[in-house]
Design a protein around this ligand. Structure first.
Ligand SMILES: C[S@@+](CC[C@H](N)C(=O)[O-])C[C@H]1O[C@@H](n2cnc3c(N)ncnc32)[C@H](O)[C@@H]1O
Length: 351
């Protein structure tokens, strides 16, 4: 039998040097090379070294890495940004990518070295890198100065690049009021309210996350349509009067039993005829990919919670069926991240 996409020797290069590829990207972002080449395309290596105040050898290594990784293009002895980098800068998305890279560098990177131990023990042992003795990342954020701000800035940027399917792919014409369960820094709530002016949204989260959310909502000028609600998603009742519940990047944290508990609570608290939205990345149902999900699995194994998993679509659909949701639907868009939405509908005649 032949392998459908055979492993070649050259495929070993990104495997052996994956950590180095990330460090090249991190340096490209942190040293501001993209911004420099955006303002002054066509600089030579010596000019880059001078502008970034780097020793010439450092600039050479950085530019070689950036060019080999296709972040920059070399014409003769002059450098410019890749077209995609230019487009992201022009679209205002580059700062989101920088936030995500910083999240990876300062939150995910060092704990990823605990992957083997985490696999052996079935525990998120990357938590060793953060102060505290609780068993999930979220409750440890407040223990390290600046970490909460970095986490929610990074999370907001992950949401911004991945949420077009949530914001534009779902039909909200029949929806009135959304409860964003574990809504964090409120990025999704803000984008939903901006894009669909008839919607009102409540962000439910831990009190310290809601400080960040309230600030973001205020900056967005949406305090009249988005409010916050401090509660524990497991222990506290969900407020009544909502015809849509959103679990965004939430059901990748918990075990199947915990997810069923959350989805069951949602079904009971929803208005009749309402719906529950699950928005996050998914694994293909055949278990063969995609690559994004497979690699992100290292973060989910080492950090958020001991059972964090990017589940296949069919897992969510099975839970919704089992819990008594009347129907369900998959929503996808052609995007570079494997994000999508599973909708579960509550019967209009249900209590
Ligand atoms: C991965 S973040 C997702 C944030 C946001 N939904 C998004 O997509 O950007 C998970 C969120 O769940 C919240 N969370 C985790 N455990 C919680 C709990 N027991 N009660 C309330 N919120 C919780 C965290 O504070 C965090 O804001």
């Amino acid at each position: 039998m032949t392998d459908p996409t055979p492993l070649a020797q050259r495929d070993l290069v990104p495997l052996l040097f994956g950590h180095a590829a990330f460090q090249q990207l991190n340096a490209f972002c942190e040293l501001g090379l993209a911004e420099l080449l955006s303002e002054r395309p066509g600089l030579t290596g010596a000019q880059v070294a001078e502008a970034l105040r780097l020793p010439p050898r450092s600039a050479d290594v950085l530019l070689l890495g950036a060019t080999a990784l296709r972040l920059t293009v070399k014409d003769g002895d002059r450098y410019r940004n890749a077209r995609l980098v230019t487009e992201w800068i022009d679209d205002g998305l580059w700062s989101n990518l920088r936030d995500i890279v910083e999240f990876q560098a300062r939150i995910a990177y060092a704990p990823a070295a605990e992957y083997v131990d985490s696999l052996r023990n079935g525990e998120n042992l990357g938590l060793r890198h953060f102060a505290g003795d609780t068993r999930d990342l979220y409750s440890r954020l407040a223990g390290t100065p600046g970490l909460e701000e970095l986490f929610y800035r990074g999370m907001n940027s992950w949401s911004r690049v991945s949420n077009p399917v949530l914001v534009r792919g779902v039909d909200y014409s029949g929806v009135r009021r959304i409860l964003d369960v574990g809504g964090g820094g409120a990025l999704n709530a803000i984008e939903l309210a901006r894009t669909h002016p008839h919607l009102r949204v409540t962000v439910l989260d831990r009190p310290s996350a809601l400080d960040v959310a309230a600030e973001n909502i205020g900056h967005a000028g949406l305090s009249d349509r988005i409010d916050t609600y401090a509660a524990d998603i497991f222990e506290d009742d969900y407020p009544a009067g909502y015809d849509c519940h959103l679990f965004a990047h939430q059901l990748v944290i918990w075990s199947p039993e915990q997810n069923k508990r959350l989805l069951g609570k949602s079904l009971r608290a929803l208005d009749p005829g309402g719906r529950t939205l699950v928005f996050n990345a998914f694994t293909d149902d055949d278990g063969g990919g995609p690559l994004y999900t497979a690699l992100d699995g290292v973060y989910f194994t080492t950090l958020p919670f001991e059972s964090s998993t990017i589940y296949p679509w069919s897992a969510y659909e099975g839970w919704l069926r089992e819990l008594g949701y009347a129907s369900q639907r998959r929503v996808t868009l052609e995007t570079w991240t494997p994000h999508g939405v599973v909708e579960g509908h509550k019967s209009a005649s249900a209590g």
